[in-house]
Design a protein around this ligand. Sequence first.
Ligand SMILES: [Fe+2]
Ligand SMILES: [Fe+2]
Length: 354
Amino acid sequence: MDESIRLITDNSPRIMTWNYDRDRGQLVTLYNKAMASQWNSVTDLDWATDVDPDKLVMTNPSPVQRIVEAATKLPGSPIGSWGEKELAAAGIEFLKASLSQFMHGEQGAMLTAAKIVETVPWIDAKYYASTQTMDEARHTEVFAKYLHEKLGEAYPMNPFLDAQIMALLEDSRWDIAYLGMQIVIESLALAAFGDMLRRTDEPLLKKLLRYVMADEARHVAFGIISLAEYYEQLSEAELKDRQEFMIDNTLRSRSRSTTPEVWERLGVDVDVIVPYLIEAAHTIDLHPQAAFQRGFFSKLVPNTRKLGLLDANKGYLREKWGEAGLLEFEFADDTASDYEQYDAVAQDRAVEAG
Ligand SMILES: [Fe+2]
Ligand SMILES: [Fe+2]
């Protein structure tokens, strides 16, 4: 078997519909918007931009980089001899690792959007998911190109992300692909891209992230609009399955912070370095996941509320998330309507047109 490919069996039936009526107004609006805000990965981004990787990672070091730096100062540290040069090299590897997961996640999103085209029963949703498939192709392509042309060799797909996406592609229920991708993973992606965007001054990466985020905000809106309608018709037992799915994907979500491949490439034994990283994080009182988790839940929780999933089954999910302290985000953000505000493509075009 070719090691560069993976076979996945989709257990969801394909659906063709003879009902071409455009009766879902919000989806029609979103589809028209998606057509108007398509951008061109070749001409809208300036690939001739000269990127200095050291400067890129050392201008605003990420939380992980700051922890690594603090770990160099601990007594007995295995990276005690590290200086600027090694810290920059490590920063570049961490950035490559993040961008690699973005790239693999985008390919997963492309396949999921294509699955939705095939499996959703409504024509307006099929049309919209087709535009999303194109968006995700462009996203995969630009992350792959940025890595390849500006930074170097990509990392393999993280096993947690891999398992999460494969489960969506195999599921027999069409709405689970939506719930897992449009609601969970895309909220996660918006938080992660936003985090990187805030830190970076590099103009090419900055514009790339702004344009990708403009598309992602629409994708989340697509999920909310579609699932809010569908979940109105489901039984309490069926909704319970969806609530369990959300619990699995949030409270039981596995740690993503260990990156053994990065340490391997840097020639440091991961089992030896981890206790130092934990101590270093403690010393400088930095929780690398905290800001990111906040960003994630402030999108995920309000969006889940819009689907009616918090309160079904006598507030089953509300209770579980409440115990975990997540309800403070209930009214934090609403990506069903604020995608316009993310539309960097339309904003740039308005400026160009004067
Ligand atoms: Fe995407
Ligand atoms: Fe997306």
